[in-house]
Write a protein that binds this ligand. Structure first.
Ligand code: ZN
Length: 112
């Protein structure tokens, strides 16, 4: 992978990360601006809402972790290598999925 491609992928990762962080911020701001409807709210609904405003869904948290680890791998010079077999992950795959941790052969083993 050349330096230009690496910079390109890094930009995509950072943009995705910023999107996720913005989602958290938006949710938190929404929470601040919405006054509590009082103590009449039933307990179940209340806790559900807190979970939501706490930030990200599980999927978003996983994605954020994947993005962070991809960015760390870029810094460490190990980006683009399968974490299981160390094979080079094809550039096309990385462009479609810059946070990919595994090559196409290994991915199915970790999808479960
Ligand atoms: Zn692999």
């Amino acid at each position: 992978m050349n330096a230009k491609d690496l910079i390109e992928l890094k930009k995509i990762l950072i943009a995705k990360k910023n999107d996720l962080l913005k989602t958290v911020k938006d949710k938190q701001e929404k929470d601040l601006h919405e006054p509590n409807v009082g103590d009449e709210v039933d307990a179940a609904g209340d806790s559900e809402e807190k979970e939501l405003t706490f930030g990200l869904s599980d999927n978003e948290k996983i994605m954020l972790n994947l993005i962070d680890s991809a960015l760390k791998k870029i810094e460490a010079g190990r980006y683009g290598l399968c974490e299981n077999c160390s094979a080079k992950i094809p550039l096309e795959r990385l462009k479609a999925m810059p946070h990919a941790r595994y090559c196409i052969n290994c991915q199915p083993k970790f999808d479960k």
